[in-house]
Design a protein around this ligand. Structure first.
Ligand SMILES: [Cu+2]
Length: 116
């Protein structure tokens, strides 16, 4: 009986872990000393990015090439966190409107199926 339960748990765990490749994830970018870390982040289509502001200073997370927002996403004055789910592949430049000379980042969204 106990053996059967263990076996079943093992099988379930196998499928659970094995199928995770295709799942959506939430990936974190931290704002530390007015820098997006990591500056370039790669995610899968459908993943969510969460920007976490670790400092007292206010920042924005604004899509586009500084100083021109392209309105794909925008968070004015991120005090703690801001999340965006990206469903389209491609390169997304973004910046902080308040510190645009130094605060810039890139999100690369790759197809959900590709593994790397
Ligand atoms: Cu800023």
């Amino acid at each position: 009986m106990v053996k059967n339960v263990l076996f079943l748990t093992g099988v379930l765990l196998f499928f659970f872990l094995g199928s995770q490749e295709g799942w959506s994830e939430t990936v974190e970018v931290k704002i530390i000393k007015s820098t997006f870390i990591p500056t370039v982040i790669k995610i899968k289509k459908g993943d969510t990015i969460r920007w976490v502001n670790t400092e007292e200073l206010l920042h924005t997370v604004t899509s586009g090439k500084a100083p021109d927002p392209d309105k794909k996403f925008h968070a004015a004055y991120v005090k703690k966190e801001f999340e965006v789910t990206l469903d389209k592949e491609g390169f997304y430049d973004y910046f902080c409107e308040l510190h645009q000379a130094v605060m810039r980042g890139v999100v690369i969204v790759r197809p959900a199926a590709s593994g790397d």
